[in-house]
Every structure is written in structure tokens, then in C-alpha cells.
Design a binder for this molecule. Structure first.
Ligand code: MN
Length: 232
């Protein structure tokens, strides 16, 4: 036995991370996502946006992909879809966080894509089954560089867009989020402790649609580093 022998019986997995715009890497613990957080998108998904509190699902941290990545077209789907989202990165955390205390926990913001196997999601919804395999597959969470909060501001408004091969697909405004960031933090932290390293994908505006092999997907939010990926 050498001093470098660890108790791990296999090589420990790498820590997932997202680039920070000003340099360095933000290590990621968990990736939470908010469902149907813009009323026009909730309607296009067949839900009533006025009634429900926010609901959450998750993606594995190793599903993150950086700006400029080639995202392999996933197996077991004929309907891969784009969802551009504001991503919130946490340097602090807590349980039962009051909305007014949420902002101080935030490290920064990024542009993300919540890639979705829509056909598998529709089948899961129909049978009341979990969304994991429609949302949390390999490479399903592209995320652009994180802009620290001091440089980004509160991100309460601003255009959020997705283009595919240069053609506009999604266009909305952060101000149209049904549940704002402080409320999302309050709801999520009532369900589970938020921890440093956590990300929240905060939902997508209307206009989601299919993407194909070879497509260039460009996701932008005013004031944040853009995110472009190619579907491989
Ligand atoms: Mn989404």
C-alpha cells in the first residue's frame, strides 16, 4: 500500500464544471430545472399556466456541454427539441430561503439549453411516468460561460432567444417568467437544500421545436455570453 492509495474501488468520476466568463471554472453539484415557467410555453405544452406552483426535474451534472460543443444526436428519439433557458449558478445555499435572501446566494448567470427528447416526454406524461429519460440523457444540458452576478445584474428582464441555422425559433423576455428567480429559490429550497455548485435552469419561452443532425443551435440572453452548439 502506498500513501496515494485511496479507499475508492474505482477511479472517482470527474467533477462537472462550467466555464466562468472572467476566467476559472464553476464546479457543478446538481442541475435542477423548472418546468413550464413561461405562460405561452405552458400553453403550447397543453397546460394551464395560471394555476400551478413551479415544479422541478433534474439532469445529471455530467450532462453539461460547453459553448462550441458538438452535441451527439441522442438515441431512442425522433423528436429532439431545443429549450433556451436562463441558468442560475449558486455559490451559497440553504433551506427555506426567503425570496428576499435569494440573490445573495447567486454566483452568476448563464445561457443554457434544456435539450429534450419530446417524444419520450410525451409518452412519459401519458403514463404518469418520470421525465428523467426524456430530459436527463447524456449531453442534454449545454451551458454557456457563467457571468458573475456583479457584472450581470439581477437578470429580471431582457430578451431570451433561440435560433436554429440562423432562423428565429424562440423569442421571449425574462420578465415574462411566471415564477421569478427569488420565488423559484424559495420553492426549491422548501423541497431540498440548495447547495454551492447547484444550477437551476429556469424554464423556456414559447417556440420550442425539433432540431436535426447538423443543425447549429444558437441560444442568447441579453447581457450574457452566447451559447452555440452543433447537433452531431
Ligand atoms: Mn425546460
Amino acid at each position: 500500500m502506498t500513501s496515494t492509495t485511496s479507499a475508492y474501488v474505482i477511479e472517482p468520476p470527474k467533477i462537472a464544471a462550467v466555464a466562468v466568463a472572467s476566467g476559472g471554472l464553476f464546479p457543478v453539484r446538481r442541475v435542477f430545472c423548472v418546468g413550464q415557467n413561461y405562460s405561452e410555453h405552458a400553453r403550447e405544452m397543453g397546460s394551464n399556466p395560471e394555476v400551478d406552483p413551479p415544479f422541478f426535474f433534474m439532469k445529471p451534472a455530467d450532462a453539461l456541454m460547453p459553448d462550441g460543443a458538438v452535441v451527439p444526436y441522442p438515441p431512442q428519439t425522433n423528436d429532439l427539441q431545443h429549450e433556451v433557458e436562463l441558468v442560475v449558478a449558486f455559490s451559497g445555499g440553504g433551506r427555506d430561503v426567503a425570496p428576499e435572501d435569494a440573490e445573495a446566494l447567486i454566483f452568476g448567470y448563464a445561457v443554457g439549453l434544456d435539450l429534450t427528447r419530446r417524444d419520450l416526454q410525451a409518452a412519459a406524461k401519458k403514463k404518469g411516468r418520470p421525465w428523467d429519460m426524456s430530459k436527463g440523457f447524456d449531453h442534454s444540458a449545454p451551458c454557456g460561460a457563467i457571468l458573475p452576478r456583479a457584472a450581470a445584474g439581477a437578470m429580471a428582464s431582457g430578451a431570451i432567444r433561440c435560433r436554429v441555422n440562423g432562423a428565429p425559433r424562440q423569442s421571449g423576455d425574462l420578465a415574462d417568467m411566471t415564477w421569478k428567480i427569488p420565488q423559484i429559490v424559495a420553492f426549491l429550497s422548501a423541497l431540498t437544500e440548495i447547495c454551492p455548485g447547484d444550477l437551476i435552469y429556469t424554464g423556456t419561452p414559447a417556440g420550442v421545436g425539433p432540431i436535426l443532425r447538423g443543425d447549429d443551435v444558437e441560444a442568447t440572453i441579453d447581457g450574457l455570453p452566447p451559447l452555440t452548439v452543433r447537433i452531431g
